[in-house]
Ligand binder design. Structure first.
Ligand SMILES: Cc1cc2nc3c(=O)[nH]c(=O)nc-3n(C[C@H](O)[C@H](O)[C@H](O)COP(=O)(O)OP(=O)(O)OC[C@H]3O[C@@H](n4cnc5c(N)ncnc54)[C@H](O)[C@@H]3O)c2cc1C
Length: 165
């Protein structure tokens, strides 16, 4: 049975705050299941978060291990984080790291439709650069665009404890 966030006071539920984490993180770690082995790749991403539905957009080569795995099993787990800062304490157990993160479960789909791929790449570039780009049809066959629709996700924030830095 799945558990909720243990330290509930660190859970982030405000959509504006979740978007801030997604805007800042830039790199997502995608966990996959390769037969009976786990496999994780770091990747850049774009996202949309509308009406509570989170979608991630990835781009990469048309061949490779992650593509083979996603075709065989599209179920993925993802995690991204930002504002990572180690802090010090007086004793070892007071040391730690502040962070904000999002993670969740999703279904990956390798987009085939040219217009859907262009839209995915636009979202990717918007998140990564803040800019709008236009893509030509002929470029679309050279690249894989993967859409991950999150079926569930949570966000968490650990600030620096009061009195430490
Ligand atoms: C910060 C960051 C951002 C990245 N952004 C993107 C992105 O946006 N798009 C993209 O396609 N790729 C990105 N990469 C590269 C990505 O992590 C993979 O290397 C790449 O996507 C190929 O994955 P694959 O499963 O097809 O690799 P394959 O080449 O098929 O993997 C074969 C084997 O190579 C090894 N391997 C693969 N990737 C890595 C790795 N990163 N580090 C060490 N060993 C590895 C593994 O042992 C794997 O089993 C990024 C990497 C980093 C570190």
């Amino acid at each position: 049975m799945k558990k909720g966030i243990t330290k509930r006071e660190r859970e982030v539920t405000d959509i504006k705050e979740i978007k801030e984490i997604l805007d800042k993180s830039m790199i997502v770690h995608i966990g996959m299941i390769d037969g009976d082995e786990p496999y994780v790749v770091p990747m850049n991403y774009g996202y949309t978060l509308e009406d509570g539905e989170l979608c991630l957009y990835l781009h990469g080569a048309t061949v490779g291990r992650k593509t083979d795995i996603m075709k065989a099993n599209p179920k993925v787990f993802f995690e991204m984080e930002c504002d990572v800062n180690p802090f010090e304490g007086k004793v070892a157990c007071q040391y730690g790291t502040s962070y904000a993160s999002v993670m969740g479960l999703g279904m990956a789909e390798i987009l085939e439709d040219v217009e859907a791929k262009k839209e995915g790449l636009s979202k990717f570039m918007k998140t990564q650069t803040g800019k709008d780009f236009v893509f030509e049809d002929r470029m679309m066959s050279m690249v894989n665009v993967i859409k991950i629709t999150a079926t569930e996700f949570t966000a968490k924030k650990r600030p620096v404890p009061v009195g430490l830095k």
